[in-house]
Write a protein that binds this ligand. Sequence first.
Ligand SMILES: [Fe+2]
Length: 380
Amino acid sequence: MSFSVVSPRVMQFGGGSVAGIATLLATFGLRRPLVVTDPVMVSTGLVRRCLEPLEAAGLSFAVFSDTVPEPTDTVVEAGVARLASGGHDCLVAFGGGSPIDTAKAMAILANGGGQHIRAFKVPVQNDAAALPVIAIPTTAGTGTERGEKMLIAGLGALPLAAIVDFELTYTVPQRTTADTGVDSLTHALEAYVSRRANPVSDALALAAIELIGRNLRTAYAEPRNAAAREGMMLGATQAGMAFCNSSVALVHGMSRPIGARFHVPHGLSNAMLLPAVTRFSLSEAPARYAEAARRVGFAAPGSDDATAGVALCRGLETLNRELGVPTPQAHGIAWDDWLGAMPVMAEQALASGSPANNPRVPDASEIVTLYREVYAGSNA
Ligand SMILES: [Fe+2]
């Protein structure tokens, strides 16, 4: 067996650890950060947790806060221009998926000699970035692979370092806690059942599945429960490391076209698909799905694989109900629009490459059947 493992060089964990940002930058000799964030982080004042230590250390920094929920090439290009004019030596990405994705795209694009962002999208592997990125997530989800438009892959998209501070997640809206939490559970489960899994990604994925199973509902119900927020932040980080070293699979492949076309948040479209896609895939990796069911807490530790597999599908449906996940229909998507989009979305899903990593590899007609099945929910 031969495989490679990637990760940031440093990951600093702990409540309040964002206060160490200036020390972390000093470790790498970095002195002029551009802080990439979004308008909500500025208006709520949360970004001050990152800026105050930079000020106290006397660092010369600037803030780029124009990132948007679905990053566009215009925003990234504006960011690259700011990067060039400010003489910066690194990017500090502070926020949810949008600032982190935007910062990564900026770092790669700044290396490209004026090329359009189109030249960097998957399946292109971007292994070089002009500047290092330090990621400070404020949601318990890595948010690394959002819309169809901005999917960028390669080592250049890997942060140099990360600060993982669960106290930054206390004020996340309840819907976002649920969506990013299910996204992280999907990362872990897909990394574990992926055809590209390896022993390192397996260990991370199983640890993540267990932590998320134990903490997601509490974090959703009690936003200031420190133990639950800490567990979710750790689980989400492990899940992110797991899929970076394995892959995502059919849920993500089918989810991205829904997000791009119907503007459904990434984690929510994953959640809409997760029970049905798991049921579809179960027969080709029964032992792996069963182990996931036991770790997440949906099946008893000693249960046999067949029982645990069924329990996993039921448990995922129940979790969706508990977290208030709507069907596409309940989310307000008209049946005619959904019906008309299904063939194109199936082609886009296949073209992303993710379905090929699934234990059961579907063809386009099977994907259409799954889209049809999830529209009004499988409990009807
Ligand atoms: Fe995801």
